[in-house]
Design a protein around this ligand. Sequence first.
Ligand code: PHE
Length: 467
Amino acid sequence: MAEPALLEELLRRLQEAGGGGADSGELAARLGLDHQLVVGAVKSLQTLGDVIEAELRSTKRWELTDEGKEIVEKGSHEARVFDAIPPNGITQSDLMKLPSGKVGFNKAMSSKWIRIDKNAEGGPRIFKATDCIEDAVKNKLLLVQQGKDSKLDDKEKNELKKRKLLSEVGSWKEKKFKPYNFDAMGIVPECGHLHPLMKVRTQFRQIFLEMGFTEMPTNNFIESSFWNFDSLFQPQQHPARDQHDTFFLSEPATATKFPMDYLERVKKVHSEGGYGSLGYKYDWKIEEAQKNLLRTHTTAVSARMLYKLAQKEEFTPVKYFSIDRVFRNETLDATHLAEFHQIEGVVADYDLTLGDLMGVLQQFFSKLGITKLRYKPAFNPYTEPSMEIFSYHEGLKKWVEVGNSGVFRPEMLLPMGLPENVTVIAWGLSLERPTMIKYGINNIRELVGHKVNLQMVYDSPVCRLDP
Ligand code: PHE
């Protein structure tokens, strides 16, 4: 029966039943349908609103216990006691020795099937009090065994249940269960969704990994001025350090642990020069280097890693990358927030040149689908030469800046202890910019911060940066 026809049939039968309602199980049996089909029809009608009312009824079945089965076979305990009594009676003590003695005696007494002569010779004696009996308990149990338990009322059934001769069985026991389908697709679980920034980060990470780079540990937002600035040959009076660009920490305001011999070399290269450099010629102060801050760039992490590399007994070329958060006290606008993510790549090897840097950048950006690159001379305190990276934007029909790069200065690398013929090339870009372009977001506040619409996070598709 097709569903619409079934729905009509169901309504017709309900109407016929007046206010009495109908039992879905009986209906299914009468229509020759699977019960679940009828249940489905009931549910469909329920979704229509005020059409029908339904209530869940669990049907129960009665089953004989082992003792109940024994009674069907051998008679009730009281009947067995009755049958065991010879015409001239039996002593109570002998009767009690019978298997059904104890229970059967009491029941048979209260049914007045037997009587007791307490003054008989040889102790209390039991006699039959009637010629024949009707074993009602056995008969009732027989009805249950034959599936005719509807002939018994609830009181009778509950009495037999109390005597532990019957037990109630949930209807599930009779049901056929579908076998488990281990090949079925599960319901997609509700789960978290990656923020677009994290989706794009995954892609950049993938590109670096394809190129053989290793990820640097970036799990410290708090950094000392020493690693954020001084180790990078950024003079202590540099405007980027002042309160307008850097969030300094008030608690704890200073860092105390530094590799002191290295710190002395950094101090020297800043204040006196060395390694072929004239330095900045100023009074370098450890107090300035000690100031804690929220790192302003991930190059602080690169500095730590290069220092660590330089402490190894023998230099080995490395390719490092990082993608993590940095903080700058900037004026907020549609494209700037006080915190953002930087993507940074670093390659350290013998005798690398500017050509190597351009080659790596070409390879890196081509994996993003960006092939037309141009470089513009720039300035970073820690790189020389430094180059801004531009790419031609086909949509905007113009060259747009996509990153910053350079060759780390000897003033930065040699105090660390790296060999003189080792060059380190590096580049950096923001994660927010490509993410906003990829997801068509014009205002950074729609991507990060308290105004973000979480549905945007939910709806944003997986990011693919394939060219
Ligand atoms: N640290 C630079 C910045 O904050 C990026 C950069 C990294 C430049 C490495 C050169 C080399 O923009």
